[in-house]
Design a protein around this ligand. Structure first.
Ligand SMILES: Cc1ncc(COP(=O)(O)O)c(C=O)c1O
Length: 509
């Protein structure tokens, strides 16, 4: 590669011309997603073809400077055209937000400056924006001035980090010496906790056998009576409890665990309470809905995904501690070449890397900081209110439907339901369960709408998560109509390679 080409790649004028064209690619995507009437592009359903296209692009001879701009724009178009359209209002699948375009564009600005927020000097303003946003989030939780936190890469990593801090507080020698003692410590969670919480037990060396799963009640909320008995049993057996993990809300149906009761139980026993509010945290911003998380201020740690209900681009999660000092329990590690010699007292506050698994992190929080600085948190509240209200209105409509039956009343923006046409009213639960799974797969193959499917108590159900603020009941009714058509259509003997229809991915909600 010639020096001239390197200069060309860093030439601001060339980047400006390219940037204008890439902006058009993005706006074409946003427009098409709102109007074209499908979520999954046809080619996406053929995995082999997708891989062929991606591989062929890499195998082309490099472009000359004069041809580079056209090729780069064409590649951007290929990517956009073959991507899952989260911005389509018929998408109500998984818990990932169609990022507000303004925030996505601000992320481009952050990427342009390559800020690596591990030590303050590598991303000074990005870190300041992060701390300002963290203060705001702690305020929404109801934490006082002692609270602090960190932005990290996703809810799963945030859960792991919080539970690492809890483990190191419960077992102060574990970081250096390992666990090494019997009887084994335990991690307590509800049977509906996200899989990343159970996975943390394995990663932290506790072992997944050390998980105690507390049963849920009829509304799928953790049962406080069962929690209290389980904790007392663990104590009687001489087992250290690392933490109790509550969900606000849990993934399967969006149920909020009863935090005040759970907090009273953990406080009495001096046990760390961690609240996984990856999904439901957004409701704290809404004056009308924040009551659903009452008691969250009593948690020792909380995680909150911004790429879910705060409508930021993936991936951005906040891990917040009631006592900010707790964040240093997670990684009790010296790295003087990175974090200084400890002689500057407030340096730890600014060097984010002391509290995260990552060293270099992107300054993602700038997008949320800019969004709230421009539109205010009321804009997020309006989005969240709309999502929750639309889901409830869909539930109300469904109760009048002859063939779709809700499994529960939604507390959040998640609704599970079954298709039970007349012909299937008296079949076995297994047959009904298989019908939901097959219908889900037909919908994915069809591509016009997207929803998810999950297993509740061993049976498949269909599941919508209303994440798009442009989604209305009309879109959701269209999903039901299309489902009816697909359910009654005969298979045409054609096998469709599903992009994400395997049992594995179906369960990964
Ligand atoms: C309750 C809950 N916790 C954690 C996660 C994991 O979050 P992430 O996908 O950001 O890793 C999810 C994902 O859906 C979730 O629903």
């Amino acid at each position: 590669v010639s020096t001239d080409l390197i200069r060309f790649m860093h030439d601001p004028a060339a980047a400006t011309a390219l940037g204008a064209r890439l902006a058009t690619v993005m706006s074409d995507y946003w427009r098409a997603a709102q109007t074209d009437g499908f979520v999954l592009p046809p080619i996406m359903r053929d995995r082999a073809e997708m891989l062929r296209v991606a591989t062929a692009a890499l195998e082309q001879a490099p472009a000359s400077a004069s041809a580079a701009e056209d090729r780069f724009v064409a590649l951007a178009r290929t990517f956009m055209e073959q991507s899952h359209r989260l911005h389509a209002p018929q998408d109500s699948g998984h818990q990932v937000a169609p990022a507000v375009p303004w925030a996505a564009l601000m992320e481009g600005v952050v990427s342009a400056s390559s800020q690596g927020v591990a030590v303050y000097e590598m991303g000074p303003f990005a870190r300041a924006a992060e701390l300002a946003v963290i203060r705001k989030l702690c305020g929404f939780i109801g934490y006082d001035a002692r609270a602090s936190g960190i932005a990290t890469g996703g809810g799963s990593l945030a859960n792991l980090t919080a539970l690492l801090a809890a483990r190191n507080r419960a077992l102060p020698h574990a970081w250096q010496r390992g666990l090494g003692t019997a009887p084994s410590p335990v991690l307590v969670m509800s049977s509906d906790s996200h899989y990343s919480v159970a996975r943390a037990a394995g990663v932290l060396g506790l072992g997944t056998d050390s998980i105690i799963k507390i049963p849920v009640d009829g509304a799928r909320r953790m049962r406080p009576d069962a929690l209290a008995s389980a904790l007392d049993r663990a104590r009687a057996e001489g087992r250290t409890v690392i933490a109790v993990v509550a969900s606000a809300c849990a993934t399967p149906i969006g149920a909020f665990d009863p935090l005040p009761e759970i907090a009273a139980i953990t406080r009495l026993r001096g046990i760390w309470l961690h609240v996984d509010a990856a999904h439901g945290g957004g409701l704290l911003v809404s004056p009308d809905l924040r009551g659903r998380l009452a008691g969250i201020d009593q948690a020792d740690s909380v995680i909150w995904d911004a790429h879910k209900m705060l409508h930021m681009p993936a991936l951005l999660t906040f891990l917040l501690y009631r006592d900010g000092k707790d964040r240093f329990h997670a990684f009790a590690q010296d790295a003087p070449y990175v974090f200084g010699d400890g002689e500057t007292p407030d340096q730890a506050e600014w060097d984010a890397g002391l509290a995260t698994a990552e060293c270099t992190r992107k300054g993602h929080t700038v997008a949320l900081w800019a969004f709230w600085s421009t539109f205010g948190t009321a804009a997020t509240a309006a989005i969240v209110d709309h999502l929750v209200a639309t889901t409830h209105a869909f539930y109300d409509d469904m109760r009048a439907s002859p063939d779709f039956v809700p499994v529960h009343e939604p507390e959040c923006n998640i609704l599970c339901f079954r298709h039970i046409p007349e012909a299937l009213r008296s079949v076995s639960p297994e047959v009904l369960s298989r019908h939901q799974q097959t219908l889900y797969q037909k919908l994915v193959a069809d591509g016009r709408h997207f929803l998810s499917a999950t297993m509740l108590d061993g049976e498949w159900v269909l599941r919508v998560t209303v994440m798009n603020p442009l989604t209305t009941c009309t879109h959701l009714q269209a999903l039901l109509s299309r489902s009816r058509e697909l359910a009654s259509a005969k298979q045409r003997g054609r096998t469709v390679a599903l992009a994400c229809g395997t049992d594995d991915s179906v369960q990964r909600v």
